[in-house]
Write a protein that binds this ligand. Structure first.
Ligand SMILES: Nc1ncnc2c1ncn2[C@@H]1O[C@H](COP(=O)(O)OP(=O)(O)OP(=O)(O)O)[C@@H](O)[C@H]1O
Ligand SMILES: [Mg+2]
Length: 158
């Protein structure tokens, strides 16, 4: 497990991070976005979609009611939001686990609501809001995300 921490001083930094994640993503990747209400998870998911070449005409919104939205990009993006779920069994009942093993990229907001069913191999992005409203993102990933994390830390020097 590797961890990096980066500062997202402006909205543009969050967009840059998301685009990079989308550019660097490969088939079967699972990206978990966590953080309080309003931390910037959907903002990041929207930028990941752009990095995956989901067309600009395709408006990416939080799927909190639908729970899952699917977008066509360079590879598909499965955008999930677990905010309204009570626990992991609901994710199982909905059959969402299958998506983790398809060839698209799964992006999950509020993944911590269903920690038990997440695949071991995953990237977690935790966004914290600082007192001055800038964001700090902590990214941890298993071995297969090591190169991605190295690339990102080079793009966000301290
Ligand atoms: N790095 C940043 N700097 C400043 N503002 C930001 C940054 N990232 C996101 N924001 C702003 O924070 C607000 C909330 O963002 P967003 O909707 O993405 O949060 P969220 O984590 O998805 O919230 P929720 O849990 O309610 O769905 C938006 O107005 C967005 O523009
Ligand atoms: Mg959201």
């Amino acid at each position: 497990m590797q961890t990096i921490r980066i500062q997202l001083t402006t909205l543009a930094d969050s967009e840059k991070l998301g685009r990079l994640l989308g550019n660097l993503a490969g088939p079967g990747d699972v990206m978990c976005l966590d953080g309080d209400l309003g931390a910037g998870k959907t903002t990041l998911a929207q930028a990941i979609a752009r990095g995956l070449e989901v067309p600009d005409t395709c408006y990416v919104t939080s799927p909190s009611f639908a729970i899952l939205h699917e977008y066509e990009g360079r590879i598909p993006m499965y955008h999930m939001d677990f905010y309204r779920l009570q626990d992991a069994t609901e994710v199982e009942d909905l059959g969402f686990e299958e998506y983790f093993y398809l060839h698209g990229v799964t992006v999950i907001e509020w993944s911590s609501r269903a920690m038990d069913i997440l695949p071991h191999d995953r990237l977690v992005v935790e966004i914290a809001v600082n007192d001055n409203l800038t964001r700090t993102a902590t990214l941890h990933g298993t071995k297969s995300y090591a190169e991605m994390l190295q690339h990102i830390s080079r793009e966000f020097p301290c």
